[in-house]
Design a protein around this ligand. Structure first.
Ligand code: ADP
Length: 387
């Protein structure tokens, strides 16, 4: 009989590599019905090992609803307490399987936490195991539900963001046709058409950049990058706008810092911070840009004397399409994606971005990146390829 169970365990492990779950449940059930030899608590031999090897949280429940076996994952998800199933939804499933003998496959939202304010999205499969037990397998789907919700939100936001300029272009084109005989009107409408199509172009560019950044391994072919060069390139890209608003771009002295990464992405990240600093500051103010190395970490700071960001919004500004002031952002050509792009670009480099801000006083955004390892820098300088 031991051999039988070894076959069963092997079959279930085979399932983990891709075969169907139902097949194994059936095998487990059929074998266990036939089994006469059971381990101490009555659970057929091998079941415990199979459960521990599975990614799903696994529970074996007896006729009195005692949990006679729970895998480590089941404990991690806190499905069991004092030998009993914690969630009434799961107990209902077990009872249904016991009474009907039919397998059950369902999805639930389980409430947990002291005030039942946290949720766990799970998919649950259950089947009889021999004549005395019910086998329950639970998969945590919380993260995939969350990602799906984020994706839906993103698509909804994009549609909303695109609708405004596309609608405006349609109306302006109509207005142009009507005003064909009035050169002054034609000039005004044409200018607005250019502005709206520019807005679509920027938005599309930002969406493409963000999608690219969210793909894995954007920085697969990292090269040794001089931070001083990144800063001066990003400053150059903002010089004209800064001059237009009488804003001084003050750079600190060279840092000689180096990181491994993608120079184009790093320039985009710093460029976004500087253009925000200009956009949300009064004319004639000052924006400071500098970098330093602190304990193996390269810190790039962009400081402004602008309107600042309320405390409550500081944790949200890196979300896609979040703006403190919708109208202000739109009026100044913002897409609501700039800081999201910064966040993903630096995360792709193993770094992060932080904000310090006080309404009315200004803001400092700090990008932190791992400094290029000194030994690797030397090796690269001597002609070896950087990984
Ligand atoms: P946007 O294109 O709207 O600027 P971002 O993602 O770059 O989008 O920024 C999100 C929001 O964070 C902005 O709409 C603005 O409200 C706020 N913000 C970003 N940078 C600054 C800054 N330097 N000073 C004040 N507010 C800022």
């Amino acid at each position: 009989m031991h051999d039988t169970w070894q076959v069963l365990v092997a079959a279930a492990l085979g399932l983990l590599v891709g075969a169907g779950f139902v097949a194994v449940l059936t095998v487990v059930a059929r074998r266990s019905r036939a089994a006469t030899h059971v381990a101490g608590n009555g659970v057929p031999d091998g079941v415990a090992e199979v459960l521990d090897a599975m990614e799903s949280a696994g529970l074996v429940v007896d006729q009195s609803l005692n949990v006679v076996k729970a895998s480590a994952r089941a404990h991690q998800l806190a499905l069991v307490s004092n030998g009993h199933i914690v969630f009434s939804e799961l107990i209902d499933v077990v009872n249904r399987v016991r009474h009907t003998g039919e397998s059950v496959s369902e999805e639930f939202e389980l409430q947990f936490g002291r005030f039942r304010d946290a949720t766990l999205q799970v998919s649950v499969r259950a089947s009889v195991l021999g004549s005395r037990f019910v086998l329950l397998l639970v998969d945590d789907r919380t993260e995939s539900y969350r990602l799906e919700a984020v994706r839906r939100d993103f698509v909804a936001n994009i549609s909303h963001e695109l609708k405004t300029p596309i609608g405006a272009i349609g109306l302006l084109a109509e207005a142009l046709t009507t005003a064909a005989d009035d050169p002054e009107q034609v000039r005004i409408f044409a200018e607005r058409l250019t502005a709206e199509s520019g807005r679509i172009a920027t938005l599309t560019q930002d969406i493409i950049e963000l999608s690219r950044l969210q793909a894995v391994d954007v920085v697969a072919n990292a090269e040794l990058v001089s931070i001083d060069r990144i800063l001066s390139a990003a400053v150059d890209q903002n010089r004209v706008t800064a001059e237009l608003h009488g804003i001084e771009l003050a750079t600190s002295e060279r840092s000689d810092a180096q990181v491994y990464g993608d120079p184009r992405l790093l320039i985009t990240a710093v460029d976004n911070l500087i253009s925000n600093a200009i956009r949300y500051s009064p004319d004639g103010s000052r924006v400071g840009i500098g970098a330093r190395v602190n304990d193996g970490v390269v810190e790039i700071a962009v400081t402004d004397q602008g309107e600042g960001i309320p405390d409550a919004d500081q944790s949200r500004i890196f979300e896609r399409f979040f703006r403190v002031d919708q109208a202000r952002s739109r009026a100044t050509g913002g897409t609501g994606l700039g800081l999201s792009i910064v966040k993903h670009a630096v995360q792709n480099h193993g770094g992060d971005v932080r904000v310090w801000s006080q309404p009315g006083r200004g803001s400092t955004f700090t990008i932190r990146l791992p400094q290029a390892d000194a030994a690797r820098v030397l090796a690269t300088a001597q002609g070896e390829t950087a990984p």
